[in-house]
Design a protein around this ligand. Structure first.
Ligand code: DP6
Length: 363
């Protein structure tokens, strides 16, 4: 599949350049099989799989007007506060998007974004933020130039656009279970966009909850961008990429069969492998905190004692995501309150669950 698939020199205003606004809400996602390692430009070294979340989301309003003398400025406000450093990142992404949307250069943009999750939680918002903005750009195309494809084609393009902003954002365009990256034997998968994998998944998995236990809310010391880069010289990288490819197929099969034990085994192994890759990079680094390990130990023990289907996963930080089916929700909440909250930063736990994907907002 060509990287130039969505390049379109015709998406440029001929006459009067319009003003307008568009708004989307898009969710975050939590990876089960982790994307860790990439090639140019935003091509993953292995396919990944995630649950789309429901409550952790970003609402974005994109306002545009004709640019004076092709200045093409971007102003970014997060919860009303101007963030020039975010605007810089978005500008770099927009430059990358110029062959897809040449109209970008004819406009000045003001972006207002707000996250549903608390500022203080230290949760990354790039997947929800970039996917919301990607959808706004695709809606602009549809409004001003028309879009002849289907709704699925629209989301595929938005996923492609989001990927160029942040890899994991490519998975936030669809509800339920989503993959990104080419998977052998799975038609429709691609390195260029995410694909819904929800069909035939056992309903128990689609009712899953994600309780996010905030262990440390400080900004992480090593960014994901640097972490991905360190995989280029990690001595275990090739084996890891191979492992992720077989894990993803095994996990999808387990989720179709309703095999909870297999789900727990692969999901937890993926979380620990991600952090093992950080520890075996050069320079090596460690993002887990003592309380991350305290929680993991308690989860192992609780599962052994009660047999409750409860898995943990981690993203590139110390916070724990607890994943479990709706049927055990009240038991798990009791366990969190009595045993795990003591290890959380300011007792902070964010309750989330598998969600349905993005939504266009009327303005
Ligand atoms: C550990 O998507 O944040 O969360 O493409 O550089 O923006 P960039 O990286 P990013 O990496 C996410 C890494 C991860 C695993 C995952 O979400 O698959």
């Amino acid at each position: 599949m060509s990287e130039n698939l969505f390049h379109n020199p015709h998406l440029k205003f001929d006459g009067k350049v319009p003003s307008g606004k568009v708004s989307w809400q898009s969710p975050s996602n939590i990876a089960l099989v982790k994307y860790w390692g990439k090639k140019e430009v935003q091509i993953p070294c292995n396919p990944s799989l995630s649950f789309t979340l429901s409550e952790s989301k970003t609402q974005t309003l994109l306002e545009y007007k004709p640019s004076d003398e092709a200045k093409n400025s971007v102003q970014f406000f997060l919860e009303g506060e101007e963030k020039p450093s975010f605007a810089e990142k978005i500008k770099i992404w927009f430059d990358l998007l110029e062959p897809l949307f040449p109209f970008i250069k004819q406009l000045d943009f003001t972006i207002h974004s707000k996250n549903s999750f608390p500022h203080s939680a230290g949760i990354a918002s790039s997947a929800s933020g970039m996917s919301a903005l990607a959808l706004c750009l695709c809606s602009m195309e549809k409004k001003h130039f028309g879009f002849s494809g289907s709704d699925d084609d629209f989301l595929k393009k938005a996923s492609y656009v989001a990927r160029l902003g942040s890899g994991s954002a490519a998975r936030s365009l669809f509800g339920g279970v989503v993959s990104w990256g080419e998977i052998e034997n799975l038609p429709g998968t691609s390195n260029l966009w995410g694909s819904a994998q929800t069909a035939n998944i056992h309903p128990d998995f689609l009712s899953f909850h994600d309780s996010i236990i905030i262990v440390d809310a400080a900004q992480k010391k090593v960014s994901s961008r640097i972490g991905h880069g360190l995989m280029n010289s990690n001595p275990f990288a090739a084996t890891r990429f191979k492992q992720a490819k077989s894990n993803i197929l095994e996990l999808i099969t387990a989720m179709k069969r309703g095999d909870m034990d297999k789900f727990i085994n692969i999901t937890e192994s993926e979380a620990l492998t991600l952090h093992a890759m950080m520890m075996t990079s050069n320079p090596y680094y460690l993002l887990l905190k003592p309380n991350t390990l305290n929680i993991i130990e308690r989860v192992f023990e609780y599962r052994k004692q009660t047999g409750t289907p409860l898995a943990f996963t981690l993203d590139a930080g110390p916070n724990i995501h607890l994943l479990y089916p709706d049927a055990v929700k009240s038991d798990v909440h009791k366990f969190i309150d009595s045993e795990l909250k003591q290890f959380a930063f300011q007792s902070m736990v964010i309750q989330d669950r598998v969600g349905k994907g993005p939504e266009k907002l009327s303005i």
